[in-house]
Design a protein around this ligand. Sequence first.
Ligand SMILES: *Cc1c(COP(=O)(O)O)cnc(C)c1O
Length: 229
Amino acid sequence: MESVSSNLAAVREQIAEACRKAGRSEDEVTLIAVSKTKSAAAVREAWDAGQREFGESYVQEFLEKLEAPELSGLPLDWHFIGHLQSNKVRQIVGKAAMIHGIDKVSTAEELSKRAEQHGIDVDFLLEVNTSREGSKYGLDPGSVLQAAEECFALPNVRLRGLMTIASPDPVEARREFAELRQTLEKLRQNAPDPTLLTELSMGMSGDFEEAILEGATMIRIGTAIFGWR
Ligand SMILES: *Cc1c(COP(=O)(O)O)cnc(C)c1O
């Protein structure tokens, strides 16, 4: 069985290779290790191998990992990457470095309200359904500009960019990643502070090379690091 640390080393090498191919610096791409359904001990193994950014998709599991003795006191950044329902916002506000899965203005409004109560500013991304598959979460690509306009006006939250889960086919995935990048460029033109809109969270175990070629700044990798779920 491959170990988490050797898997991580292999993934980092593939990221470096994709960055060379794309003519980009490795510093531009943050690797988020997606630990959903995996143990805190596995997260600890990745941490011991130098990994510092982790992603979780389910609120309950995320809260349990935060309390895990194996991880107690470790400086690491959690990203909440799952679809976030409005009624769950309260439970995770202040606990994640970035919230990736917001696809309704009403959820961003709830986040704003809770962040204000805590006296903090929260970074988040809008999730876009670039594959246009009905089964997937995410804003319709045509409605992102309008939604972002409404988000810009909210206090205590900062829209930092866009997130997507692409189609399984790598050729289609690459087209969808390009569309997400172009959508972010359009958002920047309308933003009160374009320097905040820097993040493209796209690319998973099966398609992160394509995502890096299209400008991903955050890739979310589970299986290639922690094994099959
Ligand atoms: C599970 C998950 C991932 C990681 O997927 P892998 O194919 O295991 O790398 C990435 N993003 C989101 C939103 C996920 O839920």
